[in-house]
Design a protein around this ligand. Structure first.
Ligand SMILES: Nc1ncnc2c1ncn2[C@@H]1O[C@H](COP(=O)(O)OP(=O)(O)OP(=O)(O)O)[C@@H](O)[C@H]1O
Ligand SMILES: [Mg+2]
Length: 325
């Protein structure tokens, strides 16, 4: 990976009719990397992407894409980027190839150039076999591949993917991850959004966790996990003992080997220096407070722990156990 700067943002903010969607976002994307914006619904991911591809003007702050300002040099930026929106714009009755031909016209590519690129891209996203059938016969994964093919047609230096695998089954998701990695091998810089922790963890070279319109932390997945320090002891408490979880947390608070705690609908997650030291104290306190433990699990920090530590909440609501619901 080269370390040239492909995208540079400084204090980027967007206010929609009084609602602050993103605030003071400053980050850099390196050339040739897969960079992710990870956040829950409404975090400001699509807004950020739309500013970078010049579809939206920032309310304040600056951003450059390959050295060009997204407001003052919007035309230059547009010629360098491809965009796959979150909501697809596929016509049911057109074939995959027809979609791409139309786009070629839109980008003023010559017929020859368009046909050459279409063949290349269809191969890349593995849609050759389906290219001449109407899109209504495509599965969800195939439609997403066609979306990505459309984003690739202008031969972009940077491809922006908004939630590339939202709602797809596991197999289609894995296949799309493979295509995205393949694009990186070809030197294309990829900026993507996701609210899937596993996608951010496994696909992105670096990622920014964004919540409530602000970047909470940024780094490689391993840096972010190592940055937490310690391990996680995760307690599942019996439904009857749930009301005593706060008391358990208070009893453990202040013990030297405990770094942080967060309650969850089924119990308590405790970040500890070493589980060997912490476990006896945790068990003793749970016993003393009559807080029956159904399950204890220890693990190295995962991206969900990183998200929780930096935002104070889980990326998606965890459902309470069935008998409580
Ligand atoms: N055109 C708009 N007009 C007014 N408010 C908007 C508009 N677009 C987005 N918002 C608001 O800005 C905030 C950020 O929205 P955005 O679409 O950027 O979030 P997101 O992270 O992409 O969410 P999701 O995961 O649901 O796609 C939200 O509160 C949203 O309601
Ligand atoms: Mg979005």
């Amino acid at each position: 990976m080269d370390r040239s700067i492909a995208i540079d943002t400084s204090k980027l903010s967007k206010v929609y009719d009084g609602l602050t969607a993103i605030q003071d976002l400053s980050f850099q994307v390196f050339g040739g990397e897969i960079f992710g914006l990870l956040g829950p619904n409404g975090a400001g991911k699509s807004t950020t992407l739309r500013i970078l591809i010049t579809l939206l003007r920032p309310t304040s702050g600056h951003a450059t894409v390959l050295g060009h300002d997204v407001v003052r040099e919007a035309d230059r930026v547009r010629r360098l980027v491809g965009y796959v929106p979150q909501e697809r714009a596929i016509d049911r009755f057109l074939t995959g190839r027809e979609h791409l031909l139309l786009l070629g016209d839109l980008y003023h590519l010559s017929k020859e150039e368009t046909n050459r690129r279409i063949d290349e891209i269809l191969k890349l996203v593995d849609l050759e076999g389906k290219a001449d059938q109407p899109a209504k016969t495509y599965s969800g994964g195939m439609k997403r591949k066609l979306d990505i093919a459309c984003g690739l047609l202008p031969n972009p230096k940077i491809l922006f993917l908004d939630e590339p695998t939202l709602g797809l089954d596991v197999q289609s998701r894995l296949r799309i991850w493979d295509y995205v990695r393949h694009l990186r091998e070809r030197g294309i810089t990829v900026v993507m959004t996701t609210n899937y922790l596993d996608e951010a963890d496994q696909l992105c070279d670096r990622l920014a966790i964004i919540d409530g319109g602000r970047i909470k932390v940024l780094g490689t997945p391993s840096e972010l996990k190592a940055g937490l320090g310690g391990d996680i002891v995760s307690l599942t408490v019996s439904a009857a003992a749930m009301p005593r979880v706060d008391a358990l947390a208070s009893a453990l608070k202040g013990l030297p080997f405990i770094r942080a705690m967060s309650t969850k609908p089924t119990g308590l997650d405790i970040r500890v220096e070493s589980p060997e030291k912490a476990l006896p104290a945790v068990l003793e306190a749970a016993n003393r407070l009559d807080c029956r433990l159904e399950f204890i699990e220890c693990h190295r920090p995962r991206l969900d722990d990183v998200f929780m530590a930096h935002t104070g909440h889980a990326i998606r609501e965890e459902f309470p156990r069935a008998e409580e619901a």
